[in-house]
Design a protein around this ligand. Structure first.
Ligand SMILES: *Cc1c(COP(=O)(O)O)cnc(C)c1O
Length: 371
């Protein structure tokens, strides 16, 4: 195994989960583990969540749910999003909760239920302002009632998604919460016996809107210790779960005014030591860090110099090494001694959100799970 690794601290995952559970009780927590648990490893993250009181998982694609099933995970798994009817047999085979979001899905699913003699679990998605997946309640109310009454399947949930819960202005989110609350009342009045979970809150809503909790909440990014955006006013003591580290594998001395890496985007300003880190954009160290990134070595920040390559990048270690040597740990993000390069810092620098930073860390990078 090479020196470039992502360290996944499950103690911090449990810490973040516990904060959520305490705040939202009696609402329960669906662990969102789509996209390999935002890069952390879906099976391992799911196992830790399940061992600590989570009893529902959320993923984006059926194959993600199937992967969890094949690992022996047997709790309910909701697959978000809209999927071609072509995939329905997989949902049935692996007992995944199907999101119903369109009238076109109903007949193919009904036919399949007859053919298989199965009564799958479904959840109804309602669009309360995201403008993405979901029925429009007022326009499609009768259709929704038909789905609830359909004997071929079992409606186990009704949910919606917030588009703007991380924004400073709360108007739109409060409107979405109110709308979902109204929909819940309409459905429950008509079907008092319906045993379905109503759920709406993502991480931003969990941290800001108690009225968004309903029966269950769906945290993703905050489980992994990050706020939804660099601008978010984070009040919760979350702990980052992922750290991204490598080691110096080469140090060489260059004269002044020497070019470094592809296209000579950096020239040594003085005689200096250049260190090589065997991680590049194919590992998830973004090429936009060319002449902009920083790393930690022996608790000190050093600048990334020259173009970030596919498999390696370079660091200017300065004219004196001060003990820095080949084999030293290099932190791309995470803690070292008293220094910390936060994931939020990375996302701010690259004008993106923390979600993307941990998702970048590619399949080539081994995950080391610290329990
Ligand atoms: C990804 C996702 C979540 C989790 O969102 P976070 O902002 O990461 O908490 C919740 N619900 C749905 C439908 C999602 O797709």
């Amino acid at each position: 195994m090479g020196p470039t690794r992502a360290y996944i601290d499950h103690r911090n995952l449990i810490h973040n989960l516990t904060l959520i559970q305490k705040a939202v009780a009696p609402a329960t927590v669906m662990g969102v583990v789509k996209a390999e648990a935002y890069g952390h490893g879906s099976i391992e993250a799911a196992r830790t969540l399940l061992a600590n009181g989570v009893n529902y998982l959320g993923v984006a694609f059926p194959e993600e749910g199937i992967k969890l099933r094949k690992a022996g995970i047997d709790v309910p798994i909701l697959v978000f999003g809209a999927h071609l009817p072509h995939f329905f047999p997989q949902f049935l085979d692996y007992k995944l909760d199907i999101t119903l979001t369109d009238v076109e899905q109903l007949e193919p699913l009904r036919a399949l239920c007859r053919k298989y003699g199965l009564r799958p679990r479904v959840q109804i998605k309602i669009d309360t302002g995201m403008g993405r997946v979901g029925f429009l309640f007022d326009r499609q109310q009768d259709l929704i009632f038909k789905i609830i009454e359909e004997p071929a399947w079992q409606v186990v949930g009704v949910y919606s998604h917030l588009s703007s819960a991380d924004e400073e202005d709360t108007t739109f989110t409060l409107q979405q919460i109110k709308e979902f609350s109204r929909i819940k009342s309409v459905i429950q009045q008509k079907y008092p016996e319906l045993n379905a979970l109503f759920h709406l809150a993502n991480s931003a809503a969990i941290m800001r809107f108690k009225e968004s909790y309903f029966d269950m909440v769906r945290p993703g990014v905050m489980l992994y210790g990050n706020p939804p955006s660099p601008a978010f006013n984070l009040q919760w003591p979350l702990k980052e779960v992922m750290a991204f580290k490598s080691k110096l594998t080469l140090i060489k001395k260059l004269d002044a005014h020497q070019p470094v890496s592809y296209n000579r985007r950096y020239y040594t300003p003085r005689p200096t030591y250049i260190g090589l880190v065997p991680a590049g954009y194919a590992d998830g160290y973004n090429r936009k860090f060319t002449n902009r990134g920083q790393v930690l070595i022996r608790g000190k920040r050093y600048p990334v110099v020259g173009t970030v390559c596919m498999d390696q990048f370079l660091v200017d270690l300065g004219p004196r090494l001060n003990g820095v040597k080949v084999g030293d740990e290099v932190v791309l993000f995470g803690k070292q001694e008293n220094a910390h390069i936060k994931i939020i810092e990375i996302s701010e620098k690259l004008e993106t959100i923390p979600y993307e930073v941990t998702c970048w860390v590619s399949g080539r990078v081994p995950r080391i799970h610290l329990k």
